[in-house]
Design a protein around this ligand. Structure first.
Ligand SMILES: [Mg+2]
Length: 423
């Protein structure tokens, strides 16, 4: 039967780029970290490190305990983006890349004779060969081939590292039964809980459920979509319109207090505003999130949402941030009064949502467009002379604190986001 999608997922991507570039690190347990401090988390782990139980999210302190010889490498996001573009070009030389899904994932549509199993497998092998020859043998990938993109991604997860798996129509649904619900994309902890509440405990039960049952579990059309995907129906996940623009940052130890968090929030919001303008979008809602913890390891979160007149202007957005910050929690709910004192902010995120095209936005009656011209000038100077050339002063103490980072679903634009482009 017809195979229509080929999905490529690079294995331990950031760690593999580092090992490719540094022969001394090859074959060694290695973790990429946002900064060299014990209180942060690993953002990538080589397969050698994974053998010690170290993975994305493992605290560095714990990782060192598990593996004293662990190589810790400060992340070099600009480099990972440059390699990403190189890898897309290499894949593109074999077959057209339909969509980049994240910094280390992309999919290609199969057409003509490539939809036959033998040809599709040959193509996957030639992609791996091209990457090894043009990029390097440490940049391994797992490739999945299936009747649709969703199942091709599932297939790419079946064998790691350096996998190549095919799910054919006639393998369905039995081939999925060995998986756990959480192995399926789109089923996180909350969705799993909802499925359990609906009496669906296994992938086999999920596959046996009717579309109506899945609509109830997913609370809408997404349930029907899952029903179709599990049956191999072809889906074309288009370039869905961007739904949010935001940045988050784990605070370095010297900024783990209210003024530090404030400065970082300012910095992040100024970056987000610049990106919003570059995408010709405006936002109608702003969300601020902070996470706190104390020395006993107790954690608490706080977030505040503010509706605003659709805008992409830095000054207006900073005013909204100020408004939200007035409600900064003096007492953090859910923690004992005795431990309030040493609750420190350690994570800040700003997100702009409810986005629409700047062209379709009605200008405010009171808008004299001075801010628009000011923003244009700021963006121009920062693009020409480097990020941080000119900025609103509240971000000053955090200027070095929020360098470019890579959420897996967001590939930074080097022009817009690189604080320093590495050699
Ligand atoms: Mg990956």
């Amino acid at each position: 039967m017809t195979l229509r999608a080929l999905y490529i997922d690079f294995n331990a991507y950031f760690a593999s780029v580092e090992q490719q570039l540094q022969p001394a690190w090859r074959g060694r347990p290695l973790a990429v970290v946002p900064m060299l401090t014990d209180t942060t988390c690993c953002i990538a782990a080589s397969y050698e490190a994974r053998a010690f139980g170290i993975k994305t999210g493992t605290l560095v302190r714990e990782a060192r305990q598990r593996c004293p010889d662990l190589v810790l490498v400060p992340a070099r996001p600009a480099l990972y983006v440059q390699w990403h573009h190189k890898l897309v070009t290499l894949v593109e030389s074999c077959v057209h890349v339909n969509q980049v899904r994240s910094i280390d994932e992309m999919w290609c549509a199969l057409s003509g004779r490539d939809q036959q199993r033998d040809r599709a497998v040959q193509l996957a092998q030639s992609i791996k060969h091209t990457i090894a020859a043009g990029g390097g043998p440490y940049l391994r990938s797992s490739i999945g081939i299936a009747p649709n993109v969703y199942l091709a991604k599932v297939a790419s997860n079946l064998q790691k590292p350096d996998g190549l798996s095919v799910i054919e129509q006639h393998d369905l649904p039995e081939v999925l039964y060995a998986l756990k619900l959480r192995d399926l994309n789109g089923i996180g902890t909350r969705m799993e809980a909802r499925l359990l509440a609906c009496g669906i405990e296994t992938v086999q039960q999920l596959c046996a459920a009717t579309p109506e049952q899945l609509r109830v579990a997913w609370r809408g059309i997404a349930g029907q979509l899952m029903y179709d995907r599990l049956r191999g129906k072809f889906d074309t996940p288009g370039n869905s319109q961007r739904s949010s623009v935001g940045h988050s940052h784990v605070l370095p130890p010297h900024l783990r207090h209210e003024p530090g968090a404030w400065a970082v929030a300012n910095r992040l919001l100024q970056k987000a505003a610049m990106r919003l303008r570059a995408y010709h979008l405006v936002a109608s809602r702003f969300c601020l999130t902070l996470k706190f913890r104390n020395h006993q390891g107790q954690r608490a979160g706080w977030s505040e949402e503010v509706a605003l007149d659709a805008t992409a202007e830095t000054r207006s957005l900073l005013q909204v941030l100020q408004l939200a910050w007035h409600r900064y929690p003096r007492l953090i709910s859910g923690t004992r009064r005795s431990s309030q004192q040493d609750m420190q902010p350690f994570f800040v995120a700003v997100t702009l949502v409810q986005l629409s095209s700047a062209a379709s936005c009605t200008r405010s009656l009171f808008d004299d467009n001075h801010c628009g011209r000011l923003d244009q000038a700021l963006d121009h100077l920062n693009l020409k002379y480097g990020k941080g050339t000119i900025y609103f002063g509240a971000a000053h103490s955090a200027l070095q604190a929020a360098p470019m980072r890579i959420a897996f679903s967001h590939i930074p634009d080097l022009d817009l986001e690189a604080d320093q482009i590495l050699d």
